[in-house]
Design a protein around this ligand. Sequence first.
Ligand code: SF4
Length: 289
Amino acid sequence: MNVHVTNPHGYCMGVISAIDMAKATKKQFPDRPVVVLGMLVHNREVVELLAKQGIETLQDPEKSLEALLLSVDPKAIVIFTAHGHDRKLEKIARERGIEFRDATCVKVSKNMDIIEAALKDGHDVLYIGKRNHPETTAALSLGKRVFLLDKDIPFDYEKVKDPSPLVVNQTTLSFLELAHIHADITAHLPDARVLDEICSATRLRQQAVLDIPEDVEAIFIVGSPESANTEKLAEVARLSHPRARVIKIKTVADIDSRPYSSSSKVAVASGASTPLETTENVIKLLKSI
Ligand code: SF4
């Protein structure tokens, strides 16, 4: 089978750095519990890999991160995830005497710094993101004048009192949808100061999907359902290649090879938190058909 592989694939630098930090922490404290508050990066295989190395992921859909942190053994070292976190979690950790490490990606940290500076200058901030995504939660925790603009929820512009608010966005949005959202904002707030903070890892992967040949039958998007940047790759693929089937898979085990033959033409793209080996296994199987 003819398989077009998009590049880059494999971990982005933020994911590499978060995994390295978790491993280094366990190495430094082999006799103490090391726990990650939520998924370190949005990939289940990474969570399993960490578990094998004695690094536990604390997750419970019934409980908030705050509640989970309140139940952590005070001897544990807590790691905050790559996507950022609500600032109050650091306060709770300090109050409980819990040692913590912050694996927030530098691109996310930069975004938070920009928001803080705008608030300090007395401006409102419009944050374009996905409700309940950890990066969005982190941004909203910075102040009451940070307003979430989620494209799936109607936005009330009346509540923005600042005529020139700062507009920033979650690092893992689709650049195709961001352009439309920016146009809508400036139609309502012509003096808004608009920044595009999609990270380079997300942007390059989306551009690579746009560049997939038009005549592919199917595009396989490899990554976990929790991964925002993987989901956006699928959205870009659907918009840019309307004739291709866009198939989201977690691993090679999810592939149904029956519709394909040796003359089929397909493409493979993967999210920034998908292990290289996982994508390579997918490519290997497809090439063998
Ligand atoms: S996708 Fe972008 S923001 Fe997220 S961890 Fe990777 S580099 Fe950082």
